[in-house]
Design a protein around this ligand. Structure first.
Ligand SMILES: [Zn+2]
Length: 121
């Protein structure tokens, strides 16, 4: 396979690595598997892998902060038949926060706290 880093045809070895992300001041360590060029030792760049590492970091951060699972937010909205706009109004946060929360991507602890006040009341 061709290595973009050293510009040569090379073999790649699958290795376990860890990457550290800082999300809102908290260090999150994400383990992942990647291919390393045996010539130069650089990782083979992989768009999909990069995306999944970032998503894993967000998921781990949300777990550590014990943030509301997306299903709980969506369940509440379904039961009460309300839109993201109405949910934002009830919780007193931004519509964007609700849209992120629905996808399990909200990392704003303050917005999460407001959502809990409505949903877990
Ligand atoms: Zn290389």
């Amino acid at each position: 396979m061709f290595c973009d880093a050293c510009g040569r045809n090379s073999s790649f070895a699958v290795m376990n690595r860890t990457r550290t992300f800082n999300i809102k001041g908290m260090d999150i360590q994400v383990p992942y598997r990647t291919e390393i060029c045996i010539n130069c030792g650089e990782e083979r760049y992989n768009d999909e892998l990069e995306m999944s590492i970032m998503e894993k970091a967000i998921t781990m951060y949300r777990d550590k902060q014990k943030m509301l699972p997306a299903e709980q937010i969506m369940g509440y909205m379904r039961r009460h038949e309300i839109s993201a706009e109405e949910m934002a109004k009830r919780a007193g946060c931004a519509v964007g926060d609700i849209l992120r929360a629905e996808k399990g991507r909200l990392v704003d602890v303050e917005a999460d706290r407001k959502l809990k006040q409505v949903i877990c009341a």
